[in-house]
Design a protein around this ligand. Structure first.
Ligand SMILES: [Zn+2]
Length: 275
């Protein structure tokens, strides 16, 4: 009788222990799910807040300056007589040194989406690459990726083959955190065009890029730095939040549609601009 009672007791203890163990496991699974859901929600919120910031309000509040570097090609120019080529190119090894310098000096690369979201760190810098040359993908992007850096690539939508970025590359860059901006349909000097043609260059290129990357395009770059008051008005009307020029200097975001930049070429010493 006593033995049977003891056996029963043991059985009850075993059952209780199993129940405790089981509820422990269930609780752990629930907690893990809540945590992972929280993370997903959090990252979603960050993305959503970037997209939903009222553009008007952000531009009103932008009383700050950020250095913007202007690159074109990242390549070696062998011909010493090719003055234009030299003026538009930075050699890959020099470019890597410049990125190392930025890291050593505590600079943080951001893009215009970060600015719009109000996500501006200490010592920010924006790296821009004009014309959408393919060497951005083959030479610049791997170096940026290695250092977890971002940049802005300005694409001419009528040029997406040969030595220019292909649509798939543009999409991949965008998905990897590189901001894609518009550099018009065909790189004509906008200030020399009629309003209708200029508007088409500005707004249609935005639509074409948005179809390629599936995201809103918020920044624009004036081809050859040519623009006038009407051009700026059209850029604003087309829905861009930022536009860069070739005017030399530190970019003042109080005027986000006429941002100055520092030109980078074969002989530029980056420390002249960023100390
Ligand atoms: Zn250009």
């Amino acid at each position: 009788m006593r033995l049977a009672k003891m056996k029963n007791k043991n059985l009850i203890v075993k059952i209780l222990f199993s129940l405790c163990l089981l509820s422990g496991i269930v609780l752990t699974i629930c907690i893990a799910q809540v945590i992972s859901r929280g993370t997903t929600l959090q990252s979603y919120t960050v993305k959503a807040s970037t997209a939903n910031i009222p553009h008007e309000e952000t531009s009103k509040a932008m009383k700050f300056e950020i250095p913007i570097l202007m690159y074109h090609y990242i390549r070696v120019v062998d011909n010493p007589d090719d003055k234009t080529g030299i003026n538009l190119s930075v050699a890959p090894d020099k470019f890597s040194e410049q990125l190392d310098y930025l890291e050593e000096e505590g600079y943080h690369t951001i893009n215009f989406r970060d600015v719009l979201a109000g996500s501006i760190p200490e010592k920010p810098v924006i790296l821009t690459f004009d014309d959408g040359y393919e060497d951005f993908y083959t030479s610049a992007y791997p170096e940026l990726k290695k250092r977890n850096m971002t940049a802005v690539s300005y694409v001419i939508t009528g040029k997406t083959s040969n030595r220019y970025l292909a649509k798939e590359q543009i999409r991949e860059l965008s998905n990897s955190g590189i901001e894609i901006g518009s550099h018009t349909l065909s790189h004509l000097s906008l200030s020399l065009l009629g309003d209708e043609k200029a508007e088409k260059e500005i707004s249609l290129s935005k639509q074409v890029l948005e179809e390629i990357i599936g995201q809103e395009i918020i920044s624009f770059c004036y081809p050859a730095g040519r623009f006038n008051a009407k051009t700026v008005e059209l850029v604003k009307k087309s829905g861009y939040d930022f536009a860069t020029t070739t005017k030399a200097g530190l970019a003042n975001f109080e005027n986000p549609l006429v941002l100055s930049r520092y030109r980078m070429n074969a002989n530029t010493n980056i420390s002249n601009y960023l100390k």
